[in-house]
Ligand binder design. Structure first.
Ligand code: ADP
Ligand code: MG
Length: 250
């Protein structure tokens, strides 16, 4: 579902990703950890067409990100084609960015109606079903300002799922939440993983990484320092940088 080979990304003279190699199979959950500034968000943004890579190759769902192949030639995707590709990927950020003037159900049905042209009744029915799945059946008519951070983040997850993505990217989805609200969001993500969704999750929730992750990647300074099964990496880190980072988050 995702494959990176020697992915490089620079902003001006600053090289942020310095040759990333990784692979996520369909149905797998990859957790990504690493210190602030190590390039985790940039990597997710590259997967989601929000940043262009400078070198290497990156595939999502078997296709090179940003390019279309014709014979042995590569053509850069037009903005419209990029927009179409991005619809196949769901992204959940630390900040939920819901539309404040729309109810939960309106937030969830917005993209299917506006972008995909789904009939409103069908989009609404699907949105209510998704909100029920994330435990918010009684909040469909609430505005974001009436919801807790954890509830808002679950609306954001439902909103991403409404586009029926093949891949879900989570960028520190619980980092902005009060501790008592983290569990409900992680429970939704855990269920999503159990349902077979392919997920890349940047998180420092090590319990989640250990129990739900199929693989764990430790990034530092724009490189993958270590990757493997979460239990192995956590119990028996091979690199000093991984050890000292884990000592801080465990
Ligand atoms: P992380 O998510 O691991 O904290 P980021 O991917 O957000 O790391 O950032 C990695 C580095 O790239 C940081 O030094 C950050 O300042 C830099 N960076 C990220 N986005 C940009 C940008 N649009 N322009 C310039 N520098 C950026
Ligand atoms: Mg980040």
């Amino acid at each position: 579902m995702v494959k990176a080979e020697g992915v490089h990304k620079s902003f001006g003279r600053t090289e942020v990703l310095k040759g990333i190699d990784l692979e996520v199979r369909p149905g797998e959950v990859m957790c990504v950890i690493g210190p602030s500034g190590s390039g985790k968000s940039t990597l997710l943004r590259c997967m989601n067409h929000l940043e262009k890579i400078n070198a290497g190759r990156l595939w999502v769902d078997g296709e090179l990100v940003g390019y279309r192949q014709k014979g042995d030639k590569l053509y850069e995707l037009h903005d419209k084609e990029v927009a179409r590709k991005r619809r196949e990927i769901g992204m959940v950020f630390q900040r939920f960015n819901l539309f404040p003037h729309m109810t939960a159900v309106e937030n969830v049905m917005e993209a299917p109606v506006q972008v995909k042209g789904e009939p409103r009744a069908q989009a609404r029915e699907n949105a209510v079903r998704l909100l029920t799945e994330v435990g918010l059946a009684d909040k469909t008519a609430s505005y974001p300002g009436q919801l807790s951070g954890g509830q808002q983040q679950r609306v954001a997850i439902a909103r991403a799922l409404a586009m029926r993505p093949k891949l879900m990217l989570f960028d520190e989805p619980t980092s902005a939440l009060d501790p008592e609200l983290v569990g409900d969001v992680l429970a939704v993500m855990r269920q999503l993983a159990a349902d077979g969704m392919t997920m890349v999750v940047v998180t420092h929730e090590m319990g989640f990484a250990r129990e739900v992750g199929d693989s764990l990647v430790f990034m530092d300074g724009g490189v993958v320092v270590e990757q493997g099964s979460p239990r192995e990496v956590i119990a028996n880190p091979q690199h000093e940088r991984t050890r000292s980072f884990l000592a801080k988050v465990l």
